[in-house]
Design a protein around this ligand. Structure first.
Ligand SMILES: NC(=O)NCCC[C@H](N)C(=O)O
Length: 409
């Protein structure tokens, strides 16, 4: 079995999601903002909503893999815990006194519990009785302080890794609250038998370099097809990150065009998929009030060494249409006033997950957009996300496709 994502809208066959766990119960008014959520969440309800969402994916024929389960299974493979000891439970993260005792905890904790803690976080009081070394960090922390912070944004599996044709980028994340997610994803990809048994083509991030400002997040990446990729560049994916990923894509031989779309550096527009998603072989759903002054660039491979030339586009979608070989690309913008559009965009009204061409999952609350798309012949499967949506991510954000068919125009 090898994994590949050859389009954004072709038949979705396999995907990874994260069923929210311990981490959601650790969101408090004091930490939500830092952890990139908008509110404390009703965790049990969010889990029910997520289970219903997974049911909808499965009903659409998608084989769904649960991230925490994959992580637990990976942790029982040879080398996985050493990998964590070298990258997570280090003297620089926790102080020299805790280095060896935490390595020991990583070595001895049963895999399902360890997986839950790696995502859910660890309080000082959870481990105080086990750690006897005189540690300044332990003295400094209060019993309810986090020794290891929770990672509630694992819910948004789209972002920390992204399959692009037959390669995967394990993304260096922009926000400190999300950077550790990549370590967990690397454990899964490097050690889980499902992936270890295949020839993995790592495009970016599967190394322990400091990636500094060269960040990329999967919400910015769309595999539009025809050897092309569209990448948003703004709050999360930087020009440096986009350049490195593009070079790697060009070297892979599967991609010859990257279309880069500038985004406002604002929370509401944190990823490309907050303002537009491809929803059919010839259609994009686009936020109607995207500022006109945003630029886009086309990167074209030159040779096979990763070099490219850059052209600034006068308009984005004619270039996309040309690259896709589609005469009449449909740019679907909900006819709605500015306030209504801003409200639906905030609630992921442009964040759709296609499970097949023209068949998409989106939050039910975006009534105007969903009705408009239905009028345009798109089948919108409504997803309940009253709690899930408070993390500011929709169905596309919650899903990491790992096997998806190509489509022809
Ligand atoms: N692709 C996406 O737009 N993902 C949603 C990410 C939401 C998360 N709370 C974040 O701020 O990173």
């Amino acid at each position: 079995m090898s994994f590949h994502v050859d389009s954004e809208v072709g038949l979705l066959k396999q995907a990874i999601v994260h069923r929210p766990g311990l981490e959601l119960t650790r969101l408090t008014p004091a930490n939500v903002e830092e952890l990139l959520f908008d509110d404390v969440i009703w965790a049990d309800r969010a889990r029910l909503e997520h289970a219903a969402f997974v049911g909808q994916l499965e009903a659409g024929g998608v084989l769904v893999h649960e991230f925490e389960t994959l992580l637990a299974e990976a942790l029982d493979q040879t080398g996985a815990r050493t990998f964590l000891q070298e990258r997570l439970t280090t003297a620089t993260r926790f102080g020299p006194a805790l280095d060896a005792p935490l390595d020991e905890l990583v070595a001895s904790t049963p895999a399902p519990i360890l997986a839950s803690l790696l995502i859910g976080g660890v309080l000082k009081r959870d481990v105080a009785a086990l750690l006897h070394a005189p540690s300044l960090l332990m003295e400094y922390l209060a019993p309810d302080d986090f020794l290891l912070r929770p990672l509630p944004n694992h819910l948004f599996q789209r972002d920390n890794s992204a399959w692009i044709y037959d390669g995967v980028s394990v993304n260096p994340m922009a926000k400190p609250a999300r950077q550790r997610e990549t370590i967990n994803s690397r454990v899964v990809y490097n050690f889980h038998p499902m992936f270890a048994a295949t020839q993995m083509n790592y495009l970016y991030g599967n190394d322990s370099s400091a990636h500094d400002t060269a960040t990329v997040e999967g919400g910015d990446i769309t595999v539009i097809g025809n050897r092309a990729v569209m990448i948003g560049m703004g709050e999360r994916s930087t020009p440096q990150g986009v350049e490195i990923l593009s070079r790697s894509l060009f070297q892979s031989g599967n991609v010859d065009t990257v279309i880069v779309v500038e985004l406002p550096k604002e929370r509401a527009f944190m990823h490309l998929d907050t303002v537009m998603t491809m929803i059919d072989r010839d259609a994009f759903c686009v936020y109607p009030f995207l500022p006109a002054e945003l630029r886009s660039f086309t990167l074209k491979a030159m040779g096979d060494g990763g070099d490219f030339k850059i052209e600034e586009n006068s308009e984005l979608f004619p270039v996309v249409a040309e690259v896709l070989g589609v005469d009449d690309l449909r740019i679907l913008k909900t006819p709605i006033d500015k306030m209504g559009a801003a409200r639906e965009q905030w609630d992921d009204g442009n964040n759709f997950l296609a499970v097949a061409p023209g068949v998409i999952l989106g939050y039910e609350r975006n009534v105007a957009t969903n009705a408009y798309l239905a009028d345009q012949g798109i089948r919108v499967v409504p997803v309940v996300g009253e709690e899930l949506g408070r993390g500011r991510g929709g169905p596309r954000c919650m899903t990491c496709p790992i096997e998806r068919e190509a489509v022809s125009a």
